[in-house]
Design a protein around this ligand. Structure first.
Ligand code: HEM
Length: 238
């Protein structure tokens, strides 16, 4: 089972993720727009405004402040996790030496940012889940909304637990990925805590293209494909 998770599943995950994403994105572009959907000419929104929306969730901040706190914290945590995983594994925790830190300082900074990211993502996901369990939001939620958040909570919790209770050597993880990418055999042991976290992480990556979690890409493409006043589809400047 362990060998399957570290030696076989990653290749399946990669294929399902890449082909799944191509399939979904092609589907969005191919869908026919039969009727003119806009009542007004396409607004020429300045790029700066769109950037503020993406970076700060500006509209949510203005109109729904409590939801902004949960959602922004959660997304910031996930963003830091993605950057942290790539840099942390590629440089085996020594990524801050690029900015002048010593290897020991870099490991401490890596730990601090990892804790910050993991805490933000955990609290954000928990708050979003509790919000969905109450009031009117519960009535408009379907099981997938809960499954998405629960899966993320499981991955974040196993990640946080591994970082604090059963730390894995990042140099070992780096070597593992180098072997995996070069199609070399993985005939050494990896810690159980890592394998568990990695398993759930891969489930998320395989499920991602078919889930609602792709809303960021969907939202941007939706904004990009818009009808002009003469009814023709036009790619908006993003
Ligand atoms: C599927 C590929 C993944 C791999 C190989 C992986 C690997 C790792 C490793 C090695 C650590 C420990 C870092 C350390 O102790 O220095 C870690 C921690 C963590 N992981 Fe992952 N992970 C993956 C996916 C994910 C995903 C998809 C999420 C979130 C949705 C996530 C969330 C976390 C969190 C919150 C931590 C603790 C804080 C941190 O170190 O950033 N991981 N992961």
């Amino acid at each position: 089972m362990k060998h399957f998770v570290v030696g076989v599943l990653p290749y399946l995950t990669f294929l399902i993720l890449v082909f799944g994403l191509i399939y979904r994105i092609r589907g969005w572009y191919a869908s026919k727009v039969k009727y003119q959907l806009n009542l007004f000419p396409v607004p020429d929104t300045p790029g700066g405004e769109i950037l503020k929306e993406i970076l700060f969730f500006k509209t949510l901040y203005r109109f729904e402040r409590p939801l902004w706190v949960m959602s922004y914290g959660f997304h910031l945590g996930i963003f830091l996790i993605v950057i942290g995983h790539i840099a942390g594994i590629a440089f085996a925790g020594h990524q801050f030496t690029l900015f002048g830190a010593t290897p020991e300082q870099s490991e401490k900074l890596s730990f601090a940012f990892g804790m910050l990211a993991g805490t933000l993502a955990f609290l954000g996901a928990l708050a979003l889940l509790l919000r969905r369990l109450s009031g009117q939001i519960k009535q408009v939620s379907d099981p997938w909304d809960y499954i998405d958040l629960l899966l993320i909570l499981v991955i974040v919790t196993t990640g946080n637990a591994m970082r604090t209770l059963a730390p894995v050597e990042l140099s070992t993880v780096k070597k593992y990925f180098a072997d995996l990418f070069s199609l070399r055999p993985i005939n050494y042991e990896l810690p159980d805590a890592f394998v568990l976290h990695y398993f759930f992480g891969q489930i998320l990556l395989m499920y991602l293209p078919f889930s609602k979690l792709l809303h960021l890409a969907g939202g941007l493409i939706n904004k990009a494909i818009t009808l002009t006043g003469d009814g023709k589809a036009k790619l908006l400047r993003l």
